[in-house]
Design a protein around this ligand. Structure first.
Ligand code: NAP
Length: 292
């Protein structure tokens, strides 16, 4: 049984998906939580859905340094301290080759995933280091270990996050703070349920439905893993990358899907909504597409 009694966790992007489920799991383990996202209304709704007195939140865009500082100040004011900070807020750009993705959508990924992780890590360490305690968890994703064509901005932001987190852990290795990167693997959340794709590339993401069936987790599993990472179980450890998508899980998921296929069982409800986005560079054909 994981015990986080007396601890407070700041969870960015805590209004839905993995962030909200993590808030629920942390509260169940005894912690108080402070959640944030860009939407004041979403924060209010999410806080209201959590046990009264155990959760608080403010709107804070992680890509904005002042708003992240305000989030840290809010947590201190509301609960007196915080011992855990999770940089969970993240988003991706439409599926497709990089120069054809509208630039503002690539910039949004850099703003949230890269700048957000930097601002959140800096705010957390400013509080943790003088106290020689605290757990910082940066949430990775697909591409943190290798290039992923057509998901380049998201994947390379996660690779940046992994390297950034490991360097931080080395810089502050003997300062009593646990600094971790965590790849939760594929999960059934809004991020993968609503997929944006460059118009003309819709068929490229057709297999995602099967991939989700094979390897998708409910977010409760990664949320519990993060509760474990934030607990005394990792005291004295830093600079670790934890990964939910193990070889066992990959093989097990593929086997389950093969059996379903061989037995002709219904795959169940469709979970994906695919939205087409007009590509940038309208005069230059997308790779793999013939000029009109
Ligand atoms: N779902 C997966 O299969 C999967 C797999 C591997 C890794 N991950 C990672 O897990 C994390 C959570 O993903 P998820 O699937 O739970 O996503 P999600 O359901 O789309 O939720 C993302 C959360 O982040 C918030 N957010 C986005 N941009 C923000 C910003 N600039 N500032 C503050 N909050 C922001 C969103 O709220 P607002 O939009 O209201 O701001 C929302 O609360 C992400 O880092 C993602 O990369 C997900």
């Amino acid at each position: 049984m994981i015990d986080l009694t007396g601890k407070t966790a700041v969870i960015t992007g805590g209004t839905r998906g993995l962030g909200l489920v993590t808030a629920q799991e942390f509260i169940a383990a005894g912690a108080n939580v402070v959640i944030s996202s860009r939407s004041e209304q979403a924060v209010e709704q999410a806080v209201a859905s959590l046990p009264a007195g155990r959760a608080a939140g403010i709107a804070s865009d992680v890509g904005d340094r002042e708003q992240v500082k305000a989030l840290a100040d809010f947590a201190l004011q509301r609960f007196g301290s915080f011992e855990i900070w999770i940089n969970n807020a993240g988003l991706s750009a439409p599926y497709g080759p990089t120069a054809h993705v509208p630039p503002e959508l690539v910039e949004r990924v850099i703003h949230t995933n890269i700048l957000g992780t930097y601002h959140g890590s800096a705010a957390a360490l400013a509080h943790f280091l003088p106290r020689r305690q605290g757990k910082l968890i940066n949430v990775l994703g697909r591409g943190s270990g290798k290039p992923v064509p057509n998901q380049n901005s998201y994947a390379s932001s996660k690779a940046w996050m992994r390297v950034f987190t490991l360097a931080l852990a080395k810089e502050y290795r003997s300062r009593g703070v646990g600094i971790f990167a965590y790849n939760p693997g594929l999960m059934f959340t809004e991020m993968v349920g609503d997929v944006d794709v460059l118009a003309g590339y819709e068929t490229h993401v057709g297999a995602l439905e099967t991939v989700l069936r094979m390897w998708g987790n409910q977010p409760q599993i990664p949320a519990r893993r993060m509760a474990w990472m934030a607990s005394t179980a990792t005291d004295g450890i830093t600079g670790k990358v934890y990964n939910e998508l193990t070889t066992g899980r990959l093989l097990g998921g593929a086997l389950k899907e093969a059996i379903r296929f061989l037995l002709g069982r219904d795959p169940g409800e469709k979970r994906l909504t695919i939205r087409s986005v007009e590509p940038a560079l309208p005069d230059i054909p997308l790779p793999g597409k013939k000029p009109q």
